[in-house]
Write a protein that binds this ligand. Structure first.
Ligand code: NDP
Length: 481
């Protein structure tokens, strides 16, 4: 029997994606470099559907109906290239190769060009939702040619998460678009997690509540506008008690956050595009700071907080302030992420629909959240919306949260509690809404030391002041009306 779709790379993600296809009634070809994993899948989950197992890549390719659809789910990087190099000579024109690993989008652009030369479709696809999502319905972000989506799309939509009957999978855009959006998704995930961690820290240090008590607060938040997967699992982690010590698990976990690289890629790309994604950047740097062990040790006993122990007067009011600060900062982080997607879409010619992006992140993925519906609605109102927080709904949210947000950031600063994501999001908000920014002074300085010129508010053109001479102003360059 010829398989409809094939999966090569059967570690946790590939194995579960293959099972997901099989459970949906599709005949799935399976392959892994080391046959033991293929065998294990057959032994442990073979009864879930129809699998066609192959030991060699040749047999695997031969077991697929044409045009072949092959999902590569191996360790991102050289492993992906190795599998592609082995696959290409075995394929025929029109076949579709999907890389569903966490590839960096420039690699995807390169691979797409490479395979196009052989008449093959290459689809770089983001997949979010971890192990559990891969099995029960992930959020899927496929790029590549629109033509490839015609036959591949229905299969992917079938196994994706569904929200209100709508699949959490849609065509994203050419070549690297799918992996790019997955990268920004992960960047937003970094910001979300940092904001949650800051909220927890503030409540703990401000009110002295225990992790279990704070877990109850998160559970309550999860029934309101903050409802999301990350808020839900925060309660679970905070409630967990360490069997060995009897302490809250969060108190025995080493406070050094690790990262695999997608947050860093997001920030690097934002610097290239000149998009201020301060929430994501601060979240990425906060992880780096937590891992800066020698620096933290050098600072710990030497650098004073210069503050007294913080006890807020009205804990309930404080918790509500923190909730609002969290909501406002979260809206800013998403707004920045969507800005980056818009800038990349223009820069790389992808034509990405941001409303659709928010729609497919409503289910299956790690940042799934109730308020993503609101983002979709905002882009439906105005497809070209220049700034998400300037949409009426989100402007309203921030206005409601603003006083609380300022109180929380000010209180944290006065009491020596680091809130890089809360604070930088507020600074971004105040910066982006300002009538005038001190950037004018920076332009003056640049003109003085480097003759870099400036523009004026009252007339067109470019100007330079003769700083070393009579300080008269000269018009430089054209552009006059
Ligand atoms: P791993 O990233 O741990 O990769 C292991 C798999 O890659 C094994 O099947 C291994 O084969 C195969 N592999 C590695 N190098 C090669 C090679 N040179 N040639 C052939 N096969 C190779 O697996 P995961 O399931 O965790 O992740 C798969 C992909 O999905 C990664 O790109 C990951 O970034 C991405 N991803 C993971 C998520 C997660 O939650 N884990 C979530 C979303 C995406 P062998 O058994 O022979 O060693």
């Amino acid at each position: 029997q010829q398989a409809e779709i094939g999966v090569t790379g059967l570690a946790v993600m590939g194995r579960n994606l293959a099972r997901n296809f099989a459970r949906h009634g599709h005949v799935v070809a399976i392959h892994n470099r080391t046959f033991a994993k293929t065998q294990a899948l057959i032994d442990e989950a073979g009864s879930e559907g129809t699998f066609v197992a192959s030991e060699s890549l040749e047999d695997f390719v031969a077991s697929l109906a044409r045009p072949r659809k092959i999902i590569i789910m191996v360790k991102a990087g050289p492993g992906t290239d190795a599998v592609i190099d082995e696959l290409v000579p075995l394929l025929e024109e029109g076949d579709i190769v999907v890389d569903a690993g966490n590839a960096h989008f420039p690699d995807t652009i390169r691979r797409e060009q490479q395979l196009a030369e052989h008449g093959l479709h290459f689809v770089g696809s983001g997949v979010s939702g971890g192990e559990e999502g891969a099995l029960n319905g992930p959020s899927i972000m496929p790029g590549g040619s629109r033509k490839s989506y015609e036959s591949l799309g229905p299969l992917l939509e079938d196994i994706s998460a569904k929200v209100d009957g709508t699949p959490c999978c849609t065509y994203i855009g050419p070549d690297g678009a799918g992996h790019f959006v997955k990268m920004v998704h992960n960047g937003i995930e970094y910001a979300d997690m940092q904001l949650i961690a800051e909220a927890y820290d503030l409540i703990r240090r401000g009110t002295g509540k225990s992790p279990a008590e704070i877990a109850d607060i998160f559970t309550e938040w999860n029934s309101g506008e903050l409802e999301s997967f990350l808020i839900e699992i925060t309660a679970e982690v905070l409630r967990q008690v360490d069997a060995e010590s009897g302490e809250a698990l969060v108190d025995v976990i080493l406070d050094q956050a690790e990262q695999k690289g997608t947050g860093r890629w997001t920030v690097q790309n934002a610097l290239d595009l000149g998009v201020p994604i301060t929430g994501i950047a601060e979240a990425t740097f906060a992880r780096a700071l937590s891992g800066s062990v020698p620096q933290r040790e050098a600072a710990r006993d030497i650098l004073p907080a210069g503050t007294v122990e913080w006890h807020v007067e009205d804990p309930d009011a404080f918790v509500e302030d923190v909730r609002r600060a969290l909501y406002a900062s979260k809206v800013v982080a998403y707004s920045q992420g969507f800005d980056q997607i818009a800038a990349a879409s223009d820069e790389y010619g992808w034509d990405i629909d941001r409303g659709a992006m928010a729609r497919i992140w409503r289910g299956g993925c790690i940042i799934r959240a109730r308020f993503l519906n609101r983002i979709t609605e905002a882009y439906e109102r105005d497809e070209k919306l220049p700034l998400l927080i300037a949409d009426d709904f989100f402007a309203g949210v921030i206005t409601e949260c603003l006083e609380a947000w300022r109180r929380v950031v000010a209180g944290a600063a006065q009491n020596g509690i680091p809130t890089p994501a809360f604070s930088s999001s507020l600074a971004y908000y105040d910066g982006v809404r300002a009538d005038r920014l001190p950037a004018a002074l920076i332009q003056g300085l640049r003109d003085l030391f480097g003759a870099h010129t400036y523009r004026r508010v009252d007339k067109d053109g470019t100007f330079h002041t003769e700083w070393g001479g009579d300080r008269s102003e000269t018009a430089v360059g054209g552009g006059f009306k």
